[in-house]
Ligand binder design. Structure first.
Ligand code: GTP
Ligand code: MG
Ligand code: ZN
Length: 312
């Protein structure tokens, strides 16, 4: 039998067949994905083959169908183990809040760099606009301008008040969409607003730290009545990059991609070389400083695989 993994706990998987039948499955034997150590080889969104011995109510996954993509992160910076967030995604949505909790621009940029690396379209949804004051609204405009300019659709919504949910529906219709972001930004609340009736559990924000409480514990795919799917995922603390070579980071910034071919040196790192078109564009304000700073931070971070550093 064949189906799609709609929920994963890392030890069991819920698989839905095209006829809508759902089976709890385990893995048959060990699966390895070449070259990477992952917490679980199967992810939500995977198409799998499974068998179900008659009389048994647990299925066994025997094969993972080839993926057209997946998105991977490291759970913590220095960890050797990576984590497949989801597979076969049409749109990677990062849910962001500017207040309660605050998502850092560095986090946004590492997420987007990863989506670029896997050639997955990405979009940003700024949630909780109902609680933003003047300062946060100004920051929202600033961030939306930066990311729209880079080519990422940006929406501003309130899951709580149901504001601009129609725009979200238009963006995600007929696609398999990943909803990612730090805990407490309202990923699950947003899914509930988009598809009333799901009643996904949401958590509150801790008063002292303005942080979420990691309410969603396992990624789960929800079908949408107007077409498409959302994969709601647990909040993440850090978005560590997996398997990057330093020299490919610049290409993962669409704004830098526009200028880098004009640099004098074709192996320009855009850090210290003369006649660097990227640096010039930063000075002119054509590339936002915050994006360039994220680039420097990523390139200088020790946790990029040491053996792949070719610039030293
Ligand atoms: N004011 C306001 N609160 C919101 C909004 N959306 C969500 N919340 C609240 O934010 C808190 C966290 O929402 P969740 O949907 O659980 O957040 P999450 O991103 O799914 O969090 P994790 O599952 O922990 O990753 C809840 O108390 C929600 O009611 C919004 O648009 N405005
Ligand atoms: Mg949640
Ligand atoms: Zn350069």
């Amino acid at each position: 039998m064949e189906g799609i993994v709609i929920k994963s706990t890392g030890s069991w998987y819920r698989v839905r067949t095209t006829s809508g039948e759902e089976t709890e499955c385990k893995l048959k034997g060990k699966f390895r994905i070449k070259g990477i150590k992952t917490t679980s080889p199967v992810a939500v969104g995977d198409h799998v083959v499974f068998e179900k011995p008659p009389g048994d109510n647990v299925g066994l996954i025997t094969e993972i169908k080839p993926r057209h993509n997946h998105i991977i992160r490291k759970s913590i910076k220095l960890s050797k183990v990576s984590h497949i967030i989801a597979a076969n995604i049409d749109l990677a949505v990062l849910v962001v809040t500017i207040k309660n909790p605050l998502t850092s621009p560095g986090f946004i940029d590492r997420f987007l760099v990863t989506a670029e690396a896997y050639h997955i379209n990405a979009a940003l949804i700024f949630n909780k606009i109902d609680i933003y004051g003047e300062k946060e609204m100004a920051r929202l405009d600033e961030l939306a301008a930066i990311y729209e300019n880079a080519g990422y659709p940006c929406l501003s919504v309130s899951a709580l008040k149901g504001e601009n949910i129609q725009q979200v529906k238009a963006l995600i219709k007929d696609k398999v969409c990943l909803f990612s972001g730090i805990s407490g930004v309202g990923k699950s609340a947003l899914v509930n607003a988009i598809q009333p009736g799901l009643k996904i559990k949401t958590g509150n924000i801790s008063y002292y730290h303005s942080r979420g409480k990691h309410t969603t514990t396992y990624p789960e795919m929800h079908p949408l009545s107007f077409g498409g799917y959302i994969i709601d995922t647990p909040g993440i603390r850090e978005f560590g990059l997996v398997d990057f070579r330093k020299e490919e980071i610049a290409e993962r910034f669409p704004e830098m991609r526009r200028y880098m071919h004009q640099c004098q040196f074709n192996n320009c790192t855009h850090i210290h070389e003369p006649n660097c078109a990227v640096k010039k564009a930063v000075e002119n304000g054509e590339i936002p400083l915050s994006r360039y700073n994220s680039y420097l931070k990523i390139v200088n971070d020790d946790y990029l695989e040491k053996e792949k550093w070719e610039w030293e």
